[in-house]
Design a protein around this ligand. Structure first.
Ligand SMILES: [Zn+2]
Length: 192
């Protein structure tokens, strides 16, 4: 914890040097433009890779960036992001070298991971294929975009809010856009 505390003090010092009233404004509230669903992987932090300052990204993270209707944490965040924060865009961000996708593709059988692995597997081809791990990670993102599109909370509160599927390339740092879909009045249409 000492290391974290030390870095935190440095962070405060740096910010106040540039902008002495920064935290006074920060405490007034948040109005983030994006709701981001990303993998928990320690290499893919959405704020770090996009250099987004505090207050811009409302973020939900889990292993392999899953969207499940029965995930109460995700559903609550999605509702709050759309209904109260009125985010303008939803980003689902997968990444290359995803350990969660690999575990699902390899058929990991640790009981503690079982339900989650099954959820990831439901987004991958049922048969063993010769797709690369990174192709599977892409398919996983596209499947989550589809699941979000069908999520009752999105259908009810997300009209006009685009859902953008992205891949973060760990080997280059690049954020690649894969697909954007948008819900319009009463139904959901694909734009790309
Ligand atoms: Zn991952």
């Amino acid at each position: 914890m000492e290391k974290l505390r030390e870095k935190n003090l440095e962070f405060i010092k740096e910010i106040k040097k540039e902008d002495p009233s920064y935290f006074d404004r920060l405490k007034e509230g948040q109005s983030p433009e994006y709701f981001v669903i990303a993998c928990s992987d320690s290499r893919v932090c959405p704020s770090v890779i996009t250099q987004m300052p505090l207050g811009n990204l409302f973020i939900q993270r889990n292993i392999a960036n899953q969207v499940n209707e029965n995930d109460e944490s995700l559903t609550a965040s999605l509702y709050y992001a759309l209904k109260h924060l009125k985010v303008e865009k939803i980003i689902i961000k997968g990444h290359t070298g995803c350990g969660g996708v690999k575990a699902a593709a390899d058929g990991n059988d640790e009981p503690e991971l079982k339900d989650w692995i099954e959820s990831i597997q439901s987004s991958l081809p049922a048969e063993k294929t010769d797709h690369s791990l990174d192709d599977l990670a892409k398919m996983n993102v596209l499947a989550q975009v589809e699941k979000l599109k069908q999520h009752p909370t999105y259908i009810k509160h997300g009209k006009g809010v685009p859902v953008i599927g992205c891949m973060f390339h760990v080997e280059t740092g690049e954020l690649e856009e894969l697909e954007t879909v948008i819900a319009s009045a009463g139904d959901v249409e694909e734009t790309i």
